[in-house]
Design a binder for this molecule. Structure first.
Ligand SMILES: [Zn+2]
Length: 454
């Protein structure tokens, strides 16, 4: 399939303004050094972004799609963006799914009674009020489940699959429950998708396959999953009772938050930067993705405060419903379909606002050449790296990348991200004010320079 390329590709900007490889490099470095330094100084001078994130997550808490807390948070962001003096501040309507967790528990009833640390998976169906009580089959992989399918009938299947890499391990969460249902299981448990655990279970979306029965699905903490696996290995018959009040209500109205600094020369050409304002219904959604949302917002507020109005429009977008639907990203691309050919770049921060290392780009070699030069301006904070991927590195920029817009994600030190991700531990204290400030700087410099290239 041919992808329509952005007609204002980054490479063309560069070619028009700064012909020649080496001279181009010198060009961006000299033309934008002063602005980059002042943005870096402005972002790192205080802990404003951290305090603002604290205000967001302590006041409104977690922000699941369809919840009152998400919409109240969006109201506050819109109001505060207006007070910041950002331009064209608005909420763009999106209908989002509304999954409700309800009361839930998992209890080991044989060989002894013990409460298991669990979280239902987003999108799961619930159980009847008395719950499901059944013997447990533990398997270590989806392949083992396929091999032992005959033993799964009538049981609660536990997929105790250790974390390898997020996309690969997430597959167990998204597709495991339907695989278990096809084997005749009555419910599915998974080992939390996490790289470290203090017995905190991690939720996340599961996806039912239309060809399989919808069975209740939940994550156990890593520790509980490993314990059940050990019990099975010793030949202990196990019985678990799973109770889940999970249910799905009709779609609910939400909004993408949009605000701008209108370009001084080419206002209809747009650089997008953002994060997602929704979160799971546990913890505070501080890391995922309150931090990314505030980093993008603060980057734009900084441009405003420093009087830096680039040639093109810089637009902050806080997408709704990234976690369990991606409806915000779809709605943005649809609502702005007519101007996507004038979107120069779209960048999201959705890996936690830990120490920034640089950027991940899904785009052409010539776009990479430009981004590499802008990234070099981040030398004072060490965020000069550039990784390349095919397609979109971030979820919310996917529909934009599909329309040919170069898509980027802020690249951060991800070593602790999956300790907290989608769990009750995703609270403000896990983040560091100075690291968040450097994320702000990295987003501000990239957005400003790309928006201002002649
Ligand atoms: Zn996220």
């Amino acid at each position: 399939m041919t992808v329509r390329r952005s007609t204002i590709a980054l490479s063309l900007l560069l070619a028009a303004a700064l012909p020649g490889g080496v001279s181009a490099q010198v060009g961006i470095a000299t033309a934008y050094r002063a602005a980059a330094d002042s943005l870096i100084r402005g972002a790192t001078a205080d802990s404003f972004a951290y305090r603002r994130l604290g205000r967001l997550v302590d006041t409104f808490g977690s922000r699941l799609s369809g919840s009152a807390s998400l919409e109240a948070a969006i109201d506050w962001v819109l109001q505060t963006m207006k007070a910041d003096g950002l331009e064209n501040v608005r909420g763009e309507p999106v209908m989002v799914p509304r999954w409700v967790r309800g009361a839930e528990s998992a209890e080991l009833v044989r060989p002894r009674r013990a409460r298991l640390a669990m979280l239902g998976l987003g999108g799961s169906v619930g159980t009847a009020e008395r719950g499901i009580t059944a013997p447990v089959l533990v398997v270590g992989s989806l392949e083992e489940l396929a091999r032992r399918a005959a033993e799964a009938k009538g049981r609660i299947v536990l997929l105790d699959v250790p974390f390898t890499e997020y996309t690969a391990t997430r597959h167990v969460r998204t597709d495991g429950p339907s695989a278990a249902a096809r084997a005749g299981a009555v419910a599915c448990l998974i080992r939390s998708v996490a790289t470290f655990s203090m017995r905190n279970p991690h939720t996340g979306a599961t996806l039912y396959d239309s060809t399989a029965a919808r069975i209740p699905a939940a994550a156990l903490s890593v520790e509980d999953a490993m314990m059940l696996h050990r019990l099975q290995d010793r030949g202990e018959p196990m019985v678990v009772t799973l109770r889940m009040g999970a249910h799905t209500l009709p779609d609910a109205p939400s909004r993408n938050v949009v605000a701008e600094i209108v370009g001084r020369e080419k206002p209809d050409e747009v650089v997008v930067l953002g994060g997602h304002i929704d979160s799971w219904d546990v913890g505070q959604g501080a890391m995922d993705d309150g931090g990314g949302s505030v980093a993008a917002w603060e980057a734009v507020r900084l441009l405003k405060r420093l009087g830096l109005r680039p040639r093109r429009t810089v637009r902050v977008v806080l997408w709704t419903n990234e976690e369990n639907g991606g409806r915000g990203a779809e709605a943005y691309a649809k609502a702005h379909a007519g101007e996507l050919s004038r979107h120069v770049m779209a960048m999201e921060s959705d890996n936690g606002v830990f120490n920034p290392r640089g950027y991940v780009l899904g785009g052409s070699d010539s776009a990479a050449a430009v981004i590499r030069q802008v990234a070099a301006l981040m030398q004072p904070i060490g965020a000069t790296g550039l990784e390349r991927v095919d397609g979109s590195p971030a979820a919310d920029t996917e529909p934009l990348a599909a329309a040919g817009v170069p898509a980027m994600e802020l690249d951060v030190d991800g070593s602790r991200y999956f300790w907290y991700h989608h769990s009750d531990a995703d609270m403000l204290d896990k983040l560091d004010p100075a690291e968040l400030a450097r994320c702000v700087a990295a987003m501000a410099v990239m957005a400003y320079v790309v928006a201002d290239l002649p």
